[in-house]
Design a protein around this ligand. Structure first.
Ligand code: LLP
Length: 423
């Protein structure tokens, strides 16, 4: 899954402009830190994925957790996306973006009664169940409230996806999915079939995120297919297989994998098997569309390296410190080529507050704008207000026009949420 789409080649260079707009002008106007997205790129990514699986009876559900901006959901909806959600909050966002309830899948190990009821009342397409206890609860809630619900079982196929351990979900040591040993999954499927309020939707699998090889997907899908064919052999109705997300991007070049290779692998396994297939890509749809623009506050010549101190911190982008994630960082000003060993760090008072470590960076001066690339997925959605820092604002460029899609809150607004009983 390594060959880049030719569409994306531009993204490899130090891109200074988005359409006709200079990133530096946007930073002047909207202030930093600032997330800037390319809406056309998001739609291109989605269409490329859709095309790769179009020969199959399939539907692509964007994993909302990767970027839950209503504007972005709305752009994706307009090119045919459903939504894969993991909370009641994400359900409400998907509905606000006019995604049809029937095109929504609810995943996650800890859905509460309130969230389940909300999903059932909206008759969403499918709830992926992750445990016997959850199945029990759904059955009770559906029965007590006289609601119908389509339920799939998420299977734990015990496959190592070869990704960072914090975003690997396929092994049996993780909290995800239902194991195939001891006939548990079969038992639960039988319960779904025989419950008056539940409809069997099929099976689901998702083994992790930022996968860079096809092989783990293929192994997982074979296990899933064997099991679903086994259930069918017993006379059970298994209409859909949800194959999850997880496609990694190349963060060095900000290019997506060649989805068509993946599509071919999936076709070779599932063509003519009579299943409707679901896909839940998140990162590969939005990651390479986003840059985080940050301003250099100081350049500090440290004891053995240079520290480039910027106004974006780990509260604005937590991926480097949480997952040792690499994001390409460009200086948007031209200051020559001489590179120097540098850490790019935020203003937050802890050593883990960095965007890049030991990076060879070109000359940089205070006041310069840097672009942190590949942050369209799991960037803005993971922001916090640590150190009472308002989150970065977000803008999108679509068909040549810039739109503000989330203004920065003020410090006053943040403090207003506090209640002081001791005044
Ligand atoms: N489906 C399910 C059930 C998931 O749990 C996930 C991601 C996806 C789909 C989408 O996977 P994607 O195509 O985006 O890899 N915060 C981490 C990533 C966490 C992914 C969690 N699950 C990061 O910044 O790398």
């Amino acid at each position: 899954m390594s060959s880049p789409n030719t569409d994306d080649i531009d993204a490899v260079s130090n891109q200074k402009k988005l359409g006709k707009h200079l990133y530096t002008d946007l930073a002047d106007l909207y202030k930093t830190p600032l997330y800037v997205y390319d809406g056309d790129q998001i739609q291109r990514n989605f269409k490329a994925f859709q095309k790769a699986v179009s020969k199959l009876n399939s539907k692509v559900y964007f994993a909302v957790k990767a970027n839950s901006s209503v504007a972005i959901l709305s752009l994706l909806k307009s090119v045919g996306a459903g939504a894969d959600i993991v909370s009641g909050g994400e359900l409400q966002r998907a509905l606000v973006a006019n995604i049809k309830a029937n095109d929504i899948i609810f995943s996650g190990v800890g859905k509460t009664d309130e969230e389940l009821l909300l999903a059932m009342k909206h008759s969403i397409g499918q709830i992926n169940v992750e445990s016997g206890a959850e199945l029990e609860r759904i059955s009770e809630l559906a029965f007590a409230n006289n609601l119908k619900c389509s339920v799939a079982l998420r299977i734990n196929v015990d496959v190592d996806p070869g990704s960072h351990e914090k975003i690997s979900t396929g092994q049996k040591s993780t909290k995800f999915g239902i194991g195939l040993n001891e006939g548990q999954a079969e038992d639960y499927y039988q319960k779904i079939i025989s419950h008056p309020n539940l409809n069997p939707a099929g099976l689901a699998v998702h083994i992790g995120s930022q996968l860079t090889r096809l092989e783990p997907f293929e192994i997982a899908y074979k296990v899933l297919l064997n099991f679903s064919n086994y259930l069918r052999g017993k006379g059970f109705d298994v209409p859909c297989l949800d194959l999850g997300g997880g496609f990694g991007i190349d963060y060095k070049t900000n290019t997506n994998p060649d989805f068509s290779e993946y599509g071919k692998m999936v076709s070779s396994l599932f063509q003519n098997q009579g299943y409707k297939l679901g896909f839940e890509p998140g990162r590969s749809i939005v990651a390479n569309s986003g840059s985080l623009i940050t301003k250099v506050i100081y350049v500090k010549n440290g004891i053995n390296k240079r520290f480039i101190i910027v106004d974006a911190g780990m509260n604005d982008l937590i991926r480097p410190t949480l997952y040792e994630a690499y994001h390409r960082i460009d200086n948007l000003q031209e200051r020559g080529d001489h590179r120097e060993l540098s850490d790019i760090v935020g203003p937050i008072c802890e050593t883990g507050d960095y965007l890049a470590k030991d990076r060879m960076m070109p000359p940089v001066e205070a006041g310069d704008y840097l672009a942190v690339r590949g942050v369209g997925a799991y960037g803005a959605v993971m922001m916090s207000n640590y150190n009472t820092r308002p989150e970065a604002s977000e803008v999108i460029c679509y068909e040549g026009e810039i739109h503000l899609i989330r203004p920065r809150r003020t410090v006053e607004q943040l403090i207003k949420m506090d209640v002081n009983p001791f005044e």
